[in-house]
Design a protein around this ligand. Structure first.
Ligand code: NAX
Length: 348
């Protein structure tokens, strides 16, 4: 039997957390034969709710959810406890020994709040959680930041956990990627699983650029470019892009709550492909530490097309970028540079 993998979910008492932990415990993230130990972190005001989630995980009797042994010493007495879920408000306990960290916890923007105030709250959260991960997580722990501003939170985490390789720190843009696949599939009336190789460039914000220039659809007569099949450049360069960019707001309007099940599912897709690899000829979008590929700003967490193998991602190189795309890549890059400056100004 495989050794269990420890997966940390921060903000586990929140909406995405509630959708995500059962997916992880069912093997959606790491495979149906991979036992997991869940570490759930939240803050003291959410402690009771967090315990409720823990109770439900116990009640669901997930076979993959493995117990970890805790030995409690009390004078000369010793008690051995089997805990299948670590639910805690202590960041050190939460981070200890984790192999994968899904960072969903953060400070949301509230009405009337300045951007700088939200940034400042998240910078301080990600700075302290970076240190806890650096000191207590398993070596080679893989991190995905979901909480917004996701790219910049991930950058802060990277900066304050210098001994974690930069390659191990990423942010989630897979939801945007999946939204783009979903829009193309609806437009063409094809199975979403037959659409591939869209790209989300840049920031997980409304400046992101969903790019279909290299995307294809599997048809009975082979793979065909999306542009050739859609035959509507005005839609692809206009409404398609804004729909994907604004999808989060559309969900909030409809549900009066932000996306949760799709975000949780995308976080599973992100980690699964990273750990188990992408299929031959397919790439996915991930926010990763930029080396300046495609003339994106270096030193920010920027979403690129990547392939994964042997537990590592690699930016897909050599894709042609037309003039229309160039402007969009630059615009979202400039926003990330500005966010980075804002984050740094919160540190001083
Ligand atoms: P919720 O407010 O339901 O849950 C957030 C949870 O985080 C709460 O339980 C809160 O107590 C906890 N928390 C706050 N500070 C914490 C800290 N310092 N340590 C640990 N936990 C802490 O939000 P939810 O809808 O679950 O969304 C979570 C985050 O995901 C938000 O920042 C949201 O903006 C972001 N999103 C990112 C997406 C992406 O694609 N990257 C898409 C979905 C989502 O909007």
């Amino acid at each position: 039997a495989k050794e269990p993998v420890r997966v940390l979910v921060t903000g586990a008492a929140g909406q995405i957390g509630y959708a995500l932990v059962p997916m992880i415990a069912r093997g959606v993230m790491l495979g149906a034969d991979q036992p997991v130990i869940l570490h759930m972190l939240d803050i003291p005001p959410a402690e009771e709710a967090l315990n409720g989630v823990k109770m439900e995980l116990v009640d669901a009797a997930f076979p993959l959810l493995k117990g970890c042994i805790f030995i409690i010493m009390w004078f000369k007495f010793q008690m051995v406890l089997l805990r299948c879920v670590v639910a805690t408000t202590d960041v050190v306990e939460a981070c200890t020994g984790v192999n994968i960290a899904v960072m969903v916890g953060g400070f949301p923007r509230k009405e009337g709040m300045e951007r700088k105030d939200v940034m400042s709250k998240n910078v301080s959260i990600y700075k302290s959680q970076a240190s806890a991960l650096e000191q207590h997580a398993a070596p080679n722990c893989k991190v995905v930041v979901v909480a917004n501003p996701a790219n910049t939170n991930a950058l802060i985490l990277k900066e304050f956990a210098p001994s974690i390789p930069a390659k191990n720190i990423t942010c989630l843009t897979r939801l945007d990627h999946n939204r783009a696949l979903g829009q193309i599939s609806e437009k063409l009336n094809v199975q979403v699983s037959d659409v591939k190789n869209v790209i989300i460039w840049g920031n997980h914000s409304s400046t992101q650029y969903p790019d279909v220039n290299h995307a294809t659809v599997k048809t009975p007569s082979g793979e065909k470019p999306v542009r050739e099949l859609v035959k509507d450049d005005a839609w692809l360069n206009g409404e398609f892009i804004t729909t994907v960019q604004q999808r989060g707001a559309a969900i909030i309007k409809a549900r009066k709550l932000s996306s949760a099940l799709s975000a949780a599912s995308a976080a599973c897709d992100h980690i699964r492909d990273w750990v188990l690899g992408t299929p031959e000829g397919t790439w996915v979008s991930m926010g990763v530490y930029s080396d300046g590929s495609y003339n994106a700003p270096a030193g920010v967490i920027y979403s690129f097309p990547v392939t994964c193998g042997n537990g590592e991602w690699t930016i897909v190189q050599g894709l042609a970028i037309d003039e229309f795309s160039r402007k969009k890549l630059d615009l979202t890059g400039a926003e990330l540079t500005e966010e980075k400056e804002l984050a740094y100004s919160c540190l001083s």
